[in-house]
Write a protein that binds this ligand. Structure first.
Ligand code: ADE
Ligand code: ZN
Length: 318
């Protein structure tokens, strides 16, 4: 491994924006499809990989939800999470706060309990055997109605002790944070912290709504904040972390190439940013690869890398 990769690996890092369903590698997808007798429209790992060319977020989500259909049993969710944790260990991750999307599974008849048991059993093993601490964040799918989010919230109540925060993901444009103000209020009343994807493809108004209405403690992505000087000022003054995902932003065409990404500008402006992998099985790289490509193409210094990793630790929900 070259020196800089070893340096990045050695920095203690937290991953704060990782969809566990987005860590489903093509190899595991094939294996689970076979194990569970599920038909998928691919006959080889190569075919799956070749399908991973996206022109926007929705294009990706269509394939991502299709892939998640192979996850049926508790052991499937366990295997998925355990594979991610092994990769996380290799990359020098010491703490992870992972998203899961219960509705992706409950809509297909898989119980909430199956999903959360599989994930949390692997997280427990990861803490004991790999020393990786964790929190779990339950996301609502924003393309579905508010009522469905309320139903999902009710399903989560018996497992409340296992979930640190609620979040908001899926198709952003046309589904503003305000649509979920009431369910987030209920979640906060029950003691959950809040985060939301905002300003990935959606406008800066959505970031304001996430902050003001959903009272988010972190903004997921948030890269479009740079279009609004007042918003940048607010984010800095309130030290709100932004969980930036560089390779994701390239694969989903938010920026053309890493060298066009605004991460370095955000960092230099004083925003509290850090690097994350989002859906690494789909976007061509786990956390270390995200750091490395930013180092190479954004001319980051070692001090930038250190600062980014420190920001990730400071933004954890300890
Ligand atoms: N679900 C999984 N990855 C996502 C992303 N990058 N944006 C919104 N929803 C997602
Ligand atoms: Zn995401």
């Amino acid at each position: 491994m070259d020196d800089i990769k070893e340096y990045i690996r050695s920095l203690p890092k937290a991953e704060l924006h990782l969809h566990i369903e987005g860590s489903l590698e093509p190899e595991l997808m094939m294996k689970l499809a076979k194990r569970n007798n599920i038909e998928i429209p691919f006959s080889s790992v190569e075919e799956i990989k070749n399908a991973y060319n996206f022109s926007n977020l929705q294009d990706f989500l269509d394939i991502y939800y299709q892939g998640a259909a192979v996850l049926i049993k508790e052991e499937d969710f366990f295997d998925l999470t355990w594979e991610y944790l092994l990769r996380a260990k290799e990359d020098g991750i010491v703490h992870t706060e992972i998203f899961f999307d219960p509705q992706t599974h409950t809509e297909r008849g898989v119980s909430f309990e199956t999903v959360i048991n599989g994930i949390t059993n692997a997280l427990k093993k990861g803490k004991e055997e790999l020393g990786i601490t964790n929190h779990l964040i339950m996301c609502f799918l924003r393309h579905l109605p508010e009522e469905d989010a309320f139903k999902t919230f009710e399903m989560a109540i018996p497992f409340k002790h296992l979930i640190k925060a609620v979040g908001l993901d899926s198709s952003e444009v046309g589904h503003p944070p305000s649509k979920f103000e009431r369910v987030f209020k209920k979640a906060m009343d029950e003691g959950f912290l809040t985060v939301a994807h905002a300003g990935e493809e959606g406008p800066t108004d959505y970031i304001w709504e996430a902050l003001k209405l959903l009272k988010v403690k972190r903004v997921d992505h948030g890269v479009r904040c740079m279009e609004d000087a007042d918003l940048v000022k607010y984010l800095i003054e309130n030290n709100i972390p932004l969980t930036v995902c560089p390779l994701s932003n390239i694969k989903l065409r938010v920026f053309d190439e890493i060298k066009d990404h605004n991460l370095k500008k955000m960092l230099d402006r004083g925003l509290n940013v850090m690097i994350n992998s989002d859906d690494p099985a789909y976007f061509g790289g786990y956390l270390l690869e995200n750091y490395y490509q930013c180092y190479q193409d954004l001319n980051l210094t070692k001090e930038d890398l250190r600062k980014l990793s420190q920001n990730s630790l400071d933004a954890c929900f300890y």
